[in-house]
Design a protein around this ligand. Sequence first.
Ligand code: C5J
Length: 228
Amino acid sequence: MRKGTIQAEPYDFEFDLDSTALIMIDMQRDFVEPGGFGETLGNDVSLLRSSIEPCKDLLETARKVGMFVIHTREGHRPDLSDLQPAKRDRGNPTLKIGDVGPMGRILVRGEPGHDIIPELYPIKGEPVVDKPGKGAFYETDLLGILRNRNIKKLIVCGVTTEVCVHTTVREANDRGFDALVPADCTASYFPEFKRVALEMIKAQGGIFGWVSDSDKVVKGLEKASTGS
Ligand code: C5J
């Protein structure tokens, strides 16, 4: 047991390093870099980049203390057979999922835009979960991976706050996991949506989970690893 505490809202987050995982949601070029899916939907992708450095700090700490790390990527099979027509047809993007953009086919597995950004690239031993939907539990093997490692608590980072991060936190909550979101490790194309999404997580005594910051999480992880 390597127990610790992270200062968080609505109250401190107690955890054991060996049954807690860090999940990096969709830190992909398609969302964070120009020319990808995010931009085709009319978004200013530079708004997401503030989350990269805090995510990097946290990822480095998690690796240092031997915490289980998982990455997710939103995307589809090259033949688009797992792409629901509702998702394909919604909105009015300049390029649809599967169309060819500056970083290859939009949101298609194996294309450059689908890959995780170099700053946060997975290393050996860190599973990458490919997800066709917004939530990381939907039609993936994430739940099995977490159960096999006896994971009970999650630290959830990534983009975008109110879409894939929020959906994943809600899914985790309904599956019995405690989830904490470090506010600076997540970002939205709509800063107001980020603010409100985080409020929603921690409201009503933590109806979906906890909210903290990367420096507090780093401190908590380091302290738990040294037992001090
Ligand atoms: C979106 C995501 N926003 N990863 N995906 O479509 O949040």
